[in-house]
Design a protein around this ligand. Structure first.
Ligand SMILES: Nc1nc2c(ncn2[C@@H]2O[C@H](COP(=O)(O)OP(=O)(O)OP(=O)(O)O)[C@@H](O)[C@H]2O)c(=O)[nH]1
Ligand SMILES: [Mg+2]
Length: 194
C-alpha cells in the first residue's frame, strides 16, 4: 500500500452526518499523543492534519479521503483534563459513538506515547474496547524520545498491562513522526488485513 492522494473531506461533530461511502481507518488516543502528526507523516503532507503543541486541537471527527477509496479518520483526543467537564463528556461520547456505531470502521489504531505506556486513561480506554469487543492495533508514538532499551522496557510494560484484559495481545507498532519511522510497518499491517 502507498498513499497516492489524500484530500480533507470535512470535520464532523455527529456520526450521523459523517461520510459513509468508503471503509475507514481511525486514529484515536490521548490528547497530544501525536495522532495528527502521524497522519501527516504517513501521508507525506506537512499540514493536511492540524497539529499543535496545545492539547485538544482536534475536537471533531476529521475525514481524509485516501487514494479515492478509503478514509483516514483523525479522532479527537480523549482525556484532555483542561477542557471543562461538559466538553470532555461531549468528546468522549463522540469518540465512543463513532467506534461503536461506525459501519465502515475497518481498523482502529490506538496511539500511545511510548513514554507513558500504562497511563490510567489508556488502560481505561483499552478496557472499554475489550468490553465492547472492538479489535484494534496499537501505535507507540514519539519513539525518538526514548533510547532503544527504554523503548523495549516500555513495550514490555504495555504488554503486561494488556495481558489483564486480552488473551491475545494486539499488534504493537512503534513510530516516530519526527524521525519518520513506523510507516512501513503500518502499511504492512493494513495490507495484511485488507
Ligand atoms: N518528538 C516527537 N514529537 C512529536 C511526534 N509526533 C508529534 N509530536 C509533537 O507532539 C505534539 C502534539 O502532536 P499532535 O499531532 O497535534 O497530537 P494529537 O494527538 O493530534 O493532539 P490532539 O489533536 O490535541 O488530540 C506536537 O507538538 C507535535 O510536534 C514524534 O513522533 N516525536
Ligand atoms: Mg490532533
Amino acid at each position: 500500500m502507498d498513499i497516492k492522494s489524500i484530500e480533507f473531506k470535512g470535520s464532523f461533530f455527529d456520526t450521523e452526518k459523517s461520510p459513509k461511502d468508503f471503509m475507514e481507518l481511525a486514529f484515536v488516543g490521548l490528547s497530544n499523543v501525536g495522532k495528527s502528526s502521524f497522519i501527516n507523516y504517513i501521508s507525506n503532507k506537512k499540514k493536511i492534519a492540524k497539529t499543535s503543541n496545545t492539547p485538544g486541537k482536534t475536537i471533531s471527527l476529521n475525514y481524509y479521503l485516501v487514494n479515492e477509496k478509503m478514509y483516514f479518520v483523525d479522532l479527537p483526543g480523549y482525556g484532555y483534563a483542561k477542557l471543562n467537564k461538559k466538553e470532555i463528556e461531549k468528546i468522549n461520547l463522540l469518540i465512543k459513538d463513532y467506534i461503536k456505531n461506525s459501519q465502515n470502521l475497518f481498523c482502529l489504531f490506538v496511539l500511545i506515547d511510548c513514554r507513558h505506556p500504562d497511563k490510567e486513561k489508556n488502560t481505561e480506554f483499552i478496557n472499554w474496547l475489550g468490553f465492547e469487543k472492538i479489535p484494534f492495533c496499537i501505535i507507540l508514538t514519539k519513539s525518538d524520545k526514548l533510547s532503544k532499551n527504554k523503548l523495549k522496557t516500555s513495550i514490555e510494560k504495555l504488554k503486561k498491562s494488556l495481558k489483564n484484559q486480552w488473551e491475545t495481545i494486539p499488534e504493537i507498532i512503534t513510530s516516530s513522526s519526527t524521525k519518520r519511522t513506523g510507516k512501513k510497518e503500518l502499511f504492512e499491517f493494513i495490507s495484511k488485513h485488507l
